[in-house]
Design a protein around this ligand. Structure first.
Ligand SMILES: Nc1ncnc2c1ncn2[C@@H]1O[C@H](COP(=O)(O)OP(=O)(O)OP(=O)(O)O)[C@@H](O)[C@H]1O
Ligand SMILES: [Mg+2]
Length: 504
């Protein structure tokens, strides 16, 4: 029999190899009822692999998994669900054409006679779960059009309807605005109070301290340490994750000329953004700040030609750019590291090496051919610069951990040596150790004369990198700060005025 001192779920000595890649060497963690437990570590440390063992997606090569003190072997995701384990992935997978309630009760809808679905009961039960979670969401609306944050709440409701006692969240906050993170945390507190154990993965340590009672650190597939969050601090965690102290970057002033390399005038796309005008000079770093949904990524994709704008113009070096043409944008020297890298940035079935070199093939050609050696060398150099962790550069890019995939997209665009680089959330999903490295590379590009436009929801990042900060709210530019006048409070103030209330 289980007793109350047993962990709800525990894993010890877990190994998981993929060919030569040792994803897990010594996976170890235990979760108790009612606690939020953070799992932290650098990109490729093995966090998601551990989660997939909990989820029944991977079988460990060795190791012991217990639920309520009893050894279990999950041979399918269903087995994990039946043991009360639910996993919420970063990008939820709801069916857009079904209602919220139908998604929650997928394949288990309450039925009336003659197998007719009892919609009223289903909607009522969904409503009960939402009120338990203290969120307002209409169970009868379609899932289509829900924000990622709302979709996650639906996934949590689904987990509760399945009586989940362990809810795993793998980087749930990466795509959320701060208001949405607050709501997710409130929901998580309610879950904890009802005895659910939460496993929380995030690269943001402030969130770890805000939500979790305990934290486990992994490095290179191994358990390093577990501690109570009130008995440790950020520096100790970083040291455990990275294996060394991180150096703090000191601000360095850069020189840049006043001539605009990128010029955006009165750009308007009905319903998304209105009358956006700004410039970026060669060597300058301009940040576009604001809440998620303020229209920043839409402006970026319009400049790059993925989206057609209705009015206005974009010029590079004084020459107007054809609108709605990514190839014209690329020819004129613009590069875009998109927000959704999985969809827009990578060819999943191609090799790591090819994904990095993809944009630079022309310059790698010698007498019309590219030698495999040259391409591999090129990819290897960039992998070192961005600390990409891989087994073999010839493996498909889909075998990389989430954060390492993002580094590949960054490498691909940085390697092209663009004149203008637009980066959307450059360090989302990237670990603390590499974050400083990405910042250093962006600064280096600027120093070499590249005009950089950075979109970022992380204020420390914006304050650290940008020479100028533009703030967008509800599709409009509402404020501009120089590096010296900018502060977190000033930016948040400009970004949230009036919209904060309606967002939650
Ligand atoms: N299917 C697979 N085939 C080959 N290698 C894999 C596979 N899945 C994971 N790996 C490797 O296992 C290691 C651990 O990956 P994992 O996804 O668990 O890291 P993570 O800690 O979640 O990192 P991140 O913070 O970047 O999400 C990585 O080196 C990754 O490349
Ligand atoms: Mg991961």
């Amino acid at each position: 029999m289980s007793n109350q001192f047993d962990p709800v779920i525990s894993l010890r000595g877990a190994k998981k190899y993929f060919g030569a890649v040792h994803a897990l060497e010594d996976g170890q963690i235990e979760l108790f009822s009612g606690e939020a437990h953070a799992l932290v570590g650098e990109n490729g440390a093995g966090k998601s692999t551990l989660v997939k063992i909990f989820a029944g997606l991977h079988r460990p090569d060795s190791g012991t998994l217990t639920v309520d003190g009893k050894v279990v072997h999950f041979d399918s995701p269903r087995a994990a669900i039946e043991s009360g384990i639910a996993v919420i992935y970063q990008e939820p997978t709801l069916f857009p054409d079904l209602t919220v309630a139908e998604n929650i009760f997928m394949e288990r809808q309450p039925q009336r006679s003659f197998k007719r679905i009892d919609f009223r009961r289903m909607n009522r039960e969904a409503r009960e779960i939402f009120s338990r979670l203290e969120v307002v969401l209409d169970p009868t609306r379609l899932a289509l059009g829900l924000s990622i944050a709302e979709q996650q709440i639906v996934e949590i409701a689904k987990a509760l309807s399945l009586d989940a006692r362990v809810i795993v969240m793998d980087e749930p906050t990466a795509a959320l605005s701060s208001v949405e993170v607050d709501r997710l945390f409130r929901v998580s507190e309610t879950l904890k109070a009802s005895g659910v154990a939460i496993l929380f993965i995030s690269h943001r340590l402030d969130e770890v301290f805000a939500l979790c009672e305990r934290v486990t650190v992994m490095r290179d597939g191994r358990f390093v340490t577990s501690s109570l969050t009130n008995e440790t601090d950020e520096n100790s965690l970083v040291r455990a994750m990275v294996g060394r102290d991180l150096e703090k970057r000191t601000d360095q002033l850069r020189q840049f000329d006043q001539r605009a390399l990128l010029e955006v005038e009165h750009l308007t796309l009905e319903g998304l953004f209105v009358d956006i005008s700004f410039t970026v000079a060669a060597g300058e770093i301009v940040a576009l700040s604001g809440l998620v949904g303020a229209g920043r990524s839409e402006v970026a994709t319009a400049i790059f030609g993925i989206r057609r704008y209705d009015h206005g113009r974009v010029s590079v070096d004084g020459k107007e750019l054809r609108r709605g043409s990514p190839s014209a944008a690329m020819t004129s020297g613009i590069g875009l590291v998109p927000e959704d890298r999985r969809l827009q940035g990578l060819v999943m079935e191609q090799s790591i090496s090819r994904n990095i070199s993809m944009g630079s093939l022309k310059s790698l050609k010698k007498n019309g051919v590219i030698r495999a050696f040259t391409e591999t060398r090129f990819a290897a150099d960039w992998s070192v610069k961005l600390q990409i962790k891989y087994g073999n550069l010839g493996n498909s890019v889909s075998t990389l951990s989430g954060g390492n995939q993002q580094k590949v997209v960054l490498a691909k665009w940085m390697a092209r040596s663009p004149k203008i680089l637009i980066v959307d959330e450059p360090t989302r999903g990237i670990d603390i150790g590499t974050k400083a490295e990405v910042h250093r590379l962006i600064l280096e590009l600027a120093r070499s004369g590249v005009a950089v436009l950075v979109i970022s929801s992380e204020l420390p990042e914006v304050l650290n990198l940008a020479d100028r900060i533009l703030v967008m709210r509800e599709g409009r530019l509402v404020a501009e700060f120089t590096h010296d006048d900018a502060s977190e409070e000033a930016i948040i103030g400009a970004a949230t005025l009036s919209s904060e209330v309606s967002a939650s």
